[in-house]
Design a protein around this ligand. Structure first.
Ligand code: KG4
Ligand code: ZN
Length: 337
């Protein structure tokens, strides 16, 4: 194995078209992200067809810029890592087809990467010393997983959501209180102006599976609160709703993470995924870790939401283990971790 392995990462699973060059899984040489958010905002959520079409339009430009920013040529790239699931099938296909074409044309190894494994690996970029085993709480728009990272790319899922993903709950509540898409950052901002004790929303617990999550009841509780306030002619304080909702989510995440950490006797706890950008969750988990004596890890905001550097990092650890995919690699929308 060479001393320096450069991986080109490609990510197109949802509404970000992204490419990045990463050295040895940890050092980001470039990280280019074309966000489609402004396009999808008009429709209140991601429109899969529009996402696929935009990925096709942008992917070559984004990859070219990733090579330029990294100041490297195709000759310097050792392998192509691409997200092949989970995600929107049409969107994934664009990245997968692109990666296969590059791999074939330049005779470079192709490594398919699980998007969630990518989110977890964002922590390797952030902290050069973090090594498995550790516990990782993954909270994104489509996924909520409490994961034991046993080794690079080797995971045990300890808890998962039974219904909505955490980010989905943020986006739905945002819509209910009249904030636009994507709702997560807006709820986060508004919550700072509200009183988190104003409304007590239920903290759902699944009796036999205490590490699992359920967010749909919380979303319904928010809607019920809005409707019953309106029926009683009471003013709906959206900042209080945002603060109380966020506090409830933070409680659910922190309590389960602490429970799992105790069970698994870990020293290190990481956070990952788009919702890891949430100030309440970041601070809540950071404080709980400090209180209980765990080391806390969390990627910078830019590596929390979808990006290709995290895919290149996960791809690097697959590559050095010998994982290779053929030209029959396909998009797998419901790929499991
Ligand atoms: O990981 P991600 O970029 O895409 C998926 O893989 O799903 O996550 C996007 C999700 C969206 O639901 C968005 O509302 C949420 O992350 N999000 C936030 C914040 N920033 C992004 N949720 C809460 N607070 C934030 N600050
Ligand atoms: Zn994601």
């Amino acid at each position: 194995m060479k001393d320096e392995v450069l991986i080109l990462g490609i990510e197109s699973s949802c509404d970000e078209t992204a490419a990045a060059v990463v050295k040895n899984g940890r050092e980001v040489l470039s990280n280019v992200i074309y966000s489609q958010i402004d396009l999808h905002k008009l429709y209140g959520g991601v429109v899969p067809e529009i996402a696929s079409r935009k990925h096709i339009e942008k992917i070559n430009q984004v990859i070219k810029k990733a090579l330029e920013d990294a100041n490297v040529t195709w000759d310097d790239i050792d392998a192509i890592a691409v997200t092949y699931g989970p995600g929107l099938v049409g969107a994934l296909l664009v990245g997968v087809a692109e990666a296969k074409a590059i791999s074939f044309a330049l005779d470079k190894p192709l490594v398919g990467v699980n998007h969630i494994s990518g989110h977890i690996s964002a922590n390797y970029i952030q902290d050069k010393n973090l090594e498995p085993p550790f516990l990782c709480m993954v909270v994104s728009g489509g996924h909520t997983h409490l994961v034991m990272v046993n080794d690079y790319g080797e995971y045990d899922i300890l808890g998962r959501t039974r219904d909505d993903a955490c980010g989905e709950a943020f986006d739905k509540v945002a819509r209910a209180i009249g904030l636009g898409y994507p709702g997560g950052p807006k709820v986060d901002k508004l919550s700072k102006e509200g009183n988190k004790e104003a409304i007590h929303f239920p903290r759902a617990v699944i009796t036999d599976y205490p590490l699992d999550f359920s967010f749909s009841g919380l979303k319904s509780a928010v809607l019920n609160h809005i409707n019953s306030s309106k029926m009683k002619g009471e003013e709906v304080n959206v900042a209080d709703i945002a603060a109380s909702f966020q506090d409830c989510v933070v409680d659910m995440i922190v309590s389960r993470t602490m429970l799992a950490a105790e069970e698994k006797k870990v020293k290190d706890i990481a956070l990952a995924g788009g919702v890891a950008a949430n100030s309440g969750i970041r601070n809540g988990l950071k404080n709980a870790c400090a209180e209980h004596g765990y080391n806390f890890y969390c990627p910078d905001f830019i590596y929390c939401t979808d990006n290709a550097a995290m895919i290149a990092s996960a791809g690097y650890y697959e590559y050095i283990k010998g994982t290779r995919h053929g030209y029959d690699l396909n998009a797998v929308p419901n790929l499991k971790l």
